[in-house]
Design a protein around this ligand. Sequence first.
Ligand code: GLN
Length: 483
Amino acid sequence: MHHMTLAEIARGLADKKFSSEELTKALLARIAQLDPQLNSFISLTEELALSQAKAADARRANGESGALLGAPIAHKDLFCTQGIRTSCGSKMLDNFKAPYDATVVAKLAAAGTVTLGKTNMDEFAMGSANESSHYGPVKNPWNLEHVPGGSSGGSAAAVAARLLPAATATDTGGSIRQPAAFTNLTGLKPTYGRVSRWGMIAYASSLDQGGPLARTAEDCAILLQGMAGFDPNDSTSIDEPVPDYSASLNGSLQGLRIGVPKEYFSAGLDPRIAELVHNSVKALEKLGAVIKEISLPNMQHAIPAYYVIAPAEASSNLSRFDGVRFGYRCENPENLIDLYKRSRGEGFGAEVQRRIMVGAYALSAGYYDAYYLKAQKIRRLVKNDFMAAFNEVDIILGPTTPNPAWKLGAKNSDPVAEYLEDVYTITANLAGLPGLSMPAGFVDGLPVGVQLLAPYFQEGRLLNVAHQYQLNTDWHTRTPTGF
Ligand code: GLN
């Protein structure tokens, strides 16, 4: 049962081959058996899952249908879930039960999904390895000594290990696409504003975007359909109609113009990944696509700009965690300043504290122009590069990551080495563009992803290209040994 995709589950439920309750019980048992190896969940929500499954079965018995009705999923633990711990991977929020559901959670619940639990993540979504979680690192099911990527490492490891068919995730600088690449999944970061951020604990508000992690593009289309849409509660949500993503999967790729940026193939890229990227280009060419070399000249400035903007926004967003209103509070504070200092000093982990300090510095009076303002100007240049490129091509293709998943602990002593791993994903967040990572082969037994980028609101185009690729390749069907 656990090998089924969301699309297969929807068909099985519609054909009454099994009930959502049976499927939910089977997956909960599988999680109990296998997750101790992976640590992909922070909380399990068995009772909620069983009641949602029964309710979905009852709705089907009453003649309702829908691709997500009765489908088991999990939420990254930064989506607020009413009455359920929403930790954001932090000691700061270990005791926090959200008083309301995030829009994404509410929309998916209304569509009939079954929430199996809340998945592990880097603390406050800061990281590329899922090692900064207060709840311990997540292991990569392809090799338990390696990281699953971050910050949505729990969602990725759980789906890759077939503990469930799909999960929600978020992407501020790559946290959907990079763990997808590291665990052989398909992950989609939508256009900024496509999916509501209401009830999603903020890291960097101008970059954060929720999206689906699943095994196939077809499943990402199904899950995105349930997540996307205008939300008056999120002032950056965009009031654009949501197209039927599943309907766009089967478009022909004949004449599709694919741009491959020459800057992507620099010294930092593992040559074995470069080769797999070229193979994916050839596969798409066979399907009728036309390949063109393009240039994104400002790409080299993206990492420094991102690592000013994201910490700046984080330092502001995280100021609300002060030990007063919610979350961790230190023991016996001597006075108000002591309460602030010790609650934040004890509640936040090292990486979060580092980012708050960097961000507060970049925003401080004497340095704002030199760092934050400069970074914003670079952000515009990065966006302009993409706008120019999309005048010539329909899709941009390249590697998702410069290297495959590294060993646990390998980059712990050098945060900047980890920041550099985000080089291919971060630009889409700076520009607000949609991006998708899809499985494209293996290096030393570890999965490799290829990234596709498209113009604003062209999620359907990304899913179409990935689906056609997946109809003609079988990388996405490979399963990690032992799972
Ligand atoms: N690795 C990036 C960071 O640490 C991106 C994380 C994310 O997308 N949430 O900021």
